[in-house]
Design a binder for this molecule. Structure first.
Ligand code: PLP
Length: 453
């Protein structure tokens, strides 16, 4: 493909993408395929001779689209959202064209510098403490990680390194291996599985702190476990607080937990993968109170801030870190900050501050006596269930997903099987939410009528 053909094909692809997104609600949100569907549709081996672009392009609809779960459909209510917007897609195209591997300033000055400034923009939008910003006295700052999982792992490894140095400063005779064997890290029993996985990858002991009836870790619960563990000779060194848990969007009480962590010399990392974007709204910023006690903070603009995957914001109080080169696991880094730059300039802060449809869905659920709300609705997630057994709710969810009209996933809350309704797509409107509720309510009526009276 030469530049002339690229110009033509590029315009065709832009048309295809615009058509796809404009008409996405006409596509079935969840595909009908079975595992292994794709292998039979393409050759077993790469082609010996070059094929034409037409042949490749034709296969998008034949091979790919039948197996796509349409995350940007207004009928997609599963997991948490993943963001997208046209400015971010254009920026990604430019990123591909520049194609640098920005591992150091010299490897691509614009890549390093724009990322530093964009992370400061984000930090200021969230009103992070000055220590988390690079632009002030350069004490802190952020980088873009691929995912929240990577951010947690990096924070855990940095905390491990810090505690080993701290202990060895007082006890030079104690070996690193011996110290590490005594370390213990903590998170909420509602924390995302990536937190436990960070412990497994880091080879570190990890314990879960029980949550209260709002699914939130409180100070006394952490304090109790710390005392028990210190009494047995363990060394607590890391706590991962979650703001906006995956099952129910609960918030650990960081204003209680932070002072404990600071007093006990425990690194506090805050995982706000989903909820973090909402903190740009003044009404939700109080949910981030206590950030001043944290050593590191992460959220995913790629979930909820119109910046396409992957773009995970990670900020650190740098004085705790060993070297800037160790802010991420890979050496290479894409020019991802272009997406932030394009999106924030083209929407402005005011264009990004929108939350609301979940409250509308919550009122529909509350108005139906057959259902109950299972957790406080704070942002864009509603946890709900039919009053009744777990089996009943499992059947309802199966029927909802088998009907293929909308797509939801479940969670477990205090032993109960709960349906999660996450408002995901940028294009979701009130009419889609109303339609989704009518559909759920109709399927529930059918199911309840089948039960023996
Ligand atoms: N932490 C929380 C609270 C999440 O909700 C999620 C994903 O939804 C993650 C971490 C993992 O995110 P990532 O895919 O960016 O690693």
């Amino acid at each position: 493909m030469d530049a002339a053909e690229f110009r033509r094909r590029g315009k065709e692809m832009v048309d295809y993408v615009a058509d796809y997104l404009e008409n996405i609600e006409k596509r079935q949100v969840y595909p009908d395929v079975e595992p292994g569907y794709l292998r039979s549709l393409i050759p077993e081996e790469a082609p010996e001779e070059a094929e034409s672009y037409e042949d490749v392009f034709k296969d998008i609809e034949r091979v790919i689209m039948p197996g796509v779960t349409h995350w940007h459909s207004p009928y997609f209510y599963a997991y948490f959202p993943t963001a997208n917007s046209f400015p971010a897609m254009l920026a990604d195209m430019l990123c591909g064209a520049i194609g640098c591997i920005g591992f150091s300033w010299a490897a691509s000055p614009a890549c390093t510098e724009l990322e530093t400034v964009m992370l400061d923009w984000l930090g200021k939008m969230l009103k992070l403490p000055e220590d988390f910003l690079a632009g002030t006295e350069g004490r802190g700052g952020g980088v873009i990680q691929g995912t929240a999982s990577e951010a947690t792992l990096i924070a855990l490894l940095a905390a491990r390194s810090k505690i080993v140095k701290l202990i060895q400063a007082d006890h030079p005779d104690r070996s690193e291996t011996h110290i590490i064997s005594k370390l213990v890290a903590y998170s909420s029993d509602q924390a995302h599985s990536s937190v436990e996985r960070a412990g497994l990858i880091g080879g570190l002991r990890m314990k879960k702190i029980p949550t209260d009836n709002k699914f939130s870790v409180r100070g006394d619960a952490l304090q109790k476990v710390l005392e028990e563990d210190r009494a047995t000779g363990l060394i607590p060194f890391f706590f991962c607080a979650t703001l906006g848990t995956t099952p129910s969007c609960a918030f650990d009480c960081v204003t209680e937990l932070g002072p404990i962590c600071n007093a006990e010399k425990i690194w506090m990392h805050i995982d706000a993968a989903y909820a973090g974007s909402a903190f740009i709204c003044p009404e939700f910023r109080p949910l981030l109170n206590g950030i001043e006690f944290a050593d590191s903070f992460n959220f995913n603009p790629h979930k909820w801030l119109l910046v396409n995957f992957d773009c995970s914001h990670s900020s650190y109080v740098i004085s705790h870190l060993i070297s800037l080169q160790h802010w991420q696991i890979p050496l290479g880094r894409r020019f991802r900050s272009l997406k932030i730059w394009f999106v924030f300039r083209m929407y402005g802060l005011k264009g990004l501050q929108h939350v609301g449809l979940a409250k509308e869905f919550e009122s529909l659920v509350r108005a139906d006596q057959r259902f109950e709300i299972s957790a406080d609705v704070v942002l864009g997630l509603v946890c709900f269930r039919l009053k009744g057994s777990n089996e009943l709710n499992e059947t309802l969810l199966k029927r909802i997903n088998n009907a293929r009209k909308i797509h939801l996933v479940p969670c477990q809350l205090a032993g109960k099987f709960v349906l999660r309704f996450a408002v995901c797509a940028r294009t979701t409107e009130s009419r889609h939410v109303q339609e989704a509720w009518c559909h759920i309510s109709h399927l529930a009526s059918e199911l309840l009528q089948e039960l023996p009276h």
